[in-house]
Design a protein around this ligand. Structure first.
Ligand SMILES: [Ca+2]
Ligand SMILES: [Ca+2]
Ligand SMILES: [Ca+2]
Ligand SMILES: [Ca+2]
Length: 193
């Protein structure tokens, strides 16, 4: 695979000050800062401070390496790879949010080949323990998490391309998506050990 396709690169977000003259993002120049060239089959990234040291780190789904990894920012945009799991077979996407409400940002992943949505419990230092949410999302491609029903618990949503239905809480249909996609919502906190 070409080196360029294996890169996980930082994106710079164009932010306009509301009090200032509006800025066209198209006019802003971006400069590439490479996080790594060794993320095999990189499919997705998410930027968030995972070790709560004040600098933004990078979470990545690495499809060819079956890996979910995070890259710790030393504060000068020099990154050190730390493996969360090497068993996320055909890892397709990642997301980060505080799943269990303990103040530490956790990671989630969707793994295509093993039909799995998992989350990884961050102990606060960037060390993660795997928690499987489901292994029934056939061809899992996307994971997202938010408190869908407003009960205070974070819920998970997934899109899986080998399923043909769209469901909420495993049974209740909420939306039909094109291309045989599926949306699944599950109460994460209740699934945690
Ligand atoms: Ca950090
Ligand atoms: Ca750091
Ligand atoms: Ca947490
Ligand atoms: Ca909820």
């Amino acid at each position: 695979m070409a080196a360029a396709a294996r890169r996980v690169a930082l994106l710079v977000i164009c932010v306009a000050n509301a009090a200032a003259t509006p800025v066209s993002c198209a006019s802003v120049a971006f400069s590439e800062k490479v996080v790594t060239t060794l993320a095999g089959g990189a499919r997705a990234v998410f930027a968030v401070d995972l070790d709560d040291d004040g600098d933004v780190d990078v979470l990545a789904a690495e499809y060819d390496d079956n890996t979910v990894a995070w890259y710790e920012n030393d504060g000068s945009e020099s990154f050190t790879e730390l493996i969360i799991t090497a068993h996320a077979t055909e890892a397709y996407s990642v997301f980060a949010i505080d799943v269990d409400g303990d103040g530490n940002t956790d990671a989630l992943s969707a793994s295509y080949e093993i039909d799995t949505i998992a989350w990884y419990d961050n102990d606060g230092s960037g060390s993660f323990a795997e928690r499987i949410i489901t292994t029934m999302r056939d061809g899992a491609r996307v994971v997202f998490a938010i408190d869908v029903d407003g009960d205070g618990d974070v819920d998970a949503l997934s899109a899986s391309s080998r399923d043909e239905r769209a469901t909420r809480s495993g049974a209740e249909e909420v939306a039909l998506l094109p291309e045989e996609a599926e949306v699944e919502v599950e109460p994460l906190r209740e699934l945690a050990p």
